[in-house]
Design a protein around this ligand. Structure first.
Ligand SMILES: NC(=O)c1ccc[n+]([C@@H]2O[C@H](COP(=O)([O-])OP(=O)(O)OC[C@H]3O[C@@H](n4cnc5c(N)ncnc54)[C@H](O)[C@@H]3O)[C@@H](O)[C@H]2O)c1
Ligand SMILES: [Zn+2]
Length: 343
């Protein structure tokens, strides 16, 4: 199923339930170069070998200036020009690098994504944000620029490691908390394995999450208001991710629980909802408690880029499916963090 979504400066073609082979539609007309990582290539070489490709090591550390410089030289060597389509085939690290590289190469060339992780399918590939890191500072350099196409080939997920499924479900649970009560109930009645074994349910879940994120991005592509809601769980989550050896999904899981507890206190959320969120995180093999250092956490939260004249714009839940941006003080946050301090 194909769908065109019109963003401010670009119509993006979403190709659901498609196959990597469909890329030949573009490769017939123009130079197409795939950018991928070693893991994706190892598992999916037959489809990738079909096209000219560049392979980089996997992981977050490749989202760097050095990689961009190296890849720029590779593109020059390959004769890539304004008419080249750069296709990022991989997880969120690859889609971010691809979007950034394509947005700056020759002042911008066209690009597309073939997301290969569930996280990239439901989140990273959508919305046009493309960032790279500078040292420990995540996504410090970036652009907001939409791809030409996002191609969904669900068969690519067959090789995805268990932990990556859970990671992605943290963001899926986030969408359910923020916007979708029905999805929340559906998730409660399922599990990672249930979705893995039921292709139709997985396809429907991915489609639903994509449309949720698209709706928010369409309303506020340049993140002035609504798009900020997508940071639910990410303020404390980012702090935890920096401090401890946690994956993004694990950190966001704990971050969402902290946000729920803040919501109980400042946004009238029923404590019963926090319990349901906790239960849901457990079903999807995400952590619900962790020992953290309160002082270090508070320092990082304070320096968060969303902080504004001593207040932090924190995303809180009123109920399942309804969230808002609340301006709260550091002291208000500290009061709740203290109750959950486990170390
Ligand atoms: N731009 C955005 O809006 C946005 C949103 C969310 C996340 N992100 C970014 O996305 C990144 C995280 O994404 P991710 O979790 O997909 O990480 P990732 O790209 O690092 O992929 C995770 C791991 O899975 C491997 N992998 C990918 N596809 C596979 C497959 N089909 N089979 C086997 N292994 C596979 C990768 O090699 C890697 O080791 C972060 O850098 C984050 O900042 C961006
Ligand atoms: Zn996230």
């Amino acid at each position: 199923m194909e769908l065109t979504v019109s963003f401010a400066n670009k119509d993006v073609l979403f190709m659901f339930d498609s196959s990597v082979g469909e890329l030949s539609r573009w490769s017939k007309k123009q130079q197409l170069v795939i950018l991928t990582d070693e893991n994706v290539l190892r598992h999916h070489a037959p489809v990738i070998d079909h096209y000219p490709h560049i392979t980089i090591p996997p992981g977050e550390s490749e989202k760097s200036w050095e990689t961009i410089a190296r890849l720029t030289e590779r593109l020059i060597e390959m004769g890539a020009d304004r008419n080249t389509l750069l296709v990022g085939m991989g997880g969120g690290a690859i889609t971010d690098i691809t979007g950034f590289l394509a947005s700056t190469y020759m002042r911008g060339i066209n690009f597309g994504f073939v997301p290969t992780t569930l996280l990239a399918m439901v989140d990273a590939a959508i919305g046009g944000k493309n960032g790279i890191n500078v040292g420990l500072y995540k996504n410090m350099l970036g652009t907001i620029r939409q791809p030409e196409l996002i191609l969904y080939d669900y068969s690519l997920l067959k090789t995805l490691p268990e932990a990556e499924w859970s990671n992605a479900f943290a963001e899926v649970i986030k969408y359910a908390c923020l916007f979708d009560k029905e999805l929340f109930t559906e998730l409660e009645q399922n599990s990672v394995d249930a979705y893995r074994e039921n292709g139709a349910a997985l396809a429907a879940l991915i489609h639903r999450c994509v449309m949720r994120k698209n709706k928010v991005v369409l309303a506020d592509e340049f993140e002035r208001h609504e798009r900020k809601l997508l940071n639910f769980g990410h303020t404390a989550g980012h702090a935890l991710e920096k401090l401890y050896d946690l994956s993004h999904g694990q950190a966001v899981a704990i971050g969402m629980l902290i946000a729920c507890r803040l919501s109980e206190k400042y946004a009238g959320l029923s404590p019963n909802v926090t319990k349901r969120v906790e239960h849901l995180l457990k079903i999807y093999q995400l952590p619900v408690e962790i020992r953290y250092d309160k002082a270090m956490m508070m320092n990082l939260i304070k320096s968060d880029k969303k902080s504004n004249n001593g207040k932090i714009a924190y995303i809180l839940l009123n109920k399942i499916g309804k969230a808002n941006i609340f301006e709260i003080t550091i002291d208000m946050i500290a009061e709740v963090i203290v109750h959950n301090e486990l170390s």
